[in-house]
Design a binder for this molecule. Structure first.
Ligand code: RBF
Length: 160
């Protein structure tokens, strides 16, 4: 269940960790969020990570939650759903969320997976949510990206 071009090797555990993952999750579009959360938790379990979860109201609040998690966890994944047709200021929320998450990753030197779905319709969000029959598993993929980035960077910190 992966998008075109998605890395396909098994995640599995790894000597280089990470040991802990923080999951920041928004609350809008509950059923789709439940599927994203399920995916992120599966990735954490596959990688052998201990999970800390923080629930915030909307995607706009994800960066500050990700920042708090980045100060205590090895990696962070942020999950949210923003649907253009249902969100009058879609561009502002999507842009602020994405830019905020990127900033947290750099400011805190911590891999942050972006699992915020910014889509045109609810159907598109469901199709990326990882529910049965969906073409993508975005919660899993975002957590996996953060975990793989941590592993990729681990040898660099050993070199200092
Ligand atoms: N947050 C989301 O995570 N997804 C949404 O689709 C979404 N739509 C919103 C639509 C409106 C009209 C408003 C006012 C807020 C929306 N939010 C949404 C919440 C937003 O991320 C944030 O929590 C609030 O703006 C409070 O800071």
């Amino acid at each position: 269940m992966a998008g075109y071009g998605t890395p396909s090797s098994a995640l599995g555990t790894h000597d280089a960790g990470p040991a802990t993952i923080g999951i920041a999750a928004a609350s809008w579009h509950t059923e789709i969020m439940d599927a994203l959360l399920d995916g992120a938790r599966r990735a954490a379990a596959d990688a052998g990570c201990t999970v800390t979860e923080v629930r915030v109201p909307g995607s706009f609040e994800l960066p500050v939650a990700a920042q708090a998690l980045a100060r205590t966890c090895d990696v962070v994944v942020a999950l949210g759903v923003v649907i253009r047709g249902e969100t009058p200021h879609f561009e502002y929320i999507s842009g602020a969320t994405t830019e905020g998450l990127a900033r947290v990753a750099l400011d805190e030197s911590t891999p942050v997976g972006n699992g915020v779905l910014t889509v045109n319709t609810r159907e598109q969000a469901v199709d990326r949510s990882g529910v049965e029959g969906a073409s993508e598993d975005a919660g899993y993929a975002a957590a996996e990206a953060a975990i793989r980035t941590f592993r990729a960077l681990a040898p660099l910190s050993d070199m200092r």
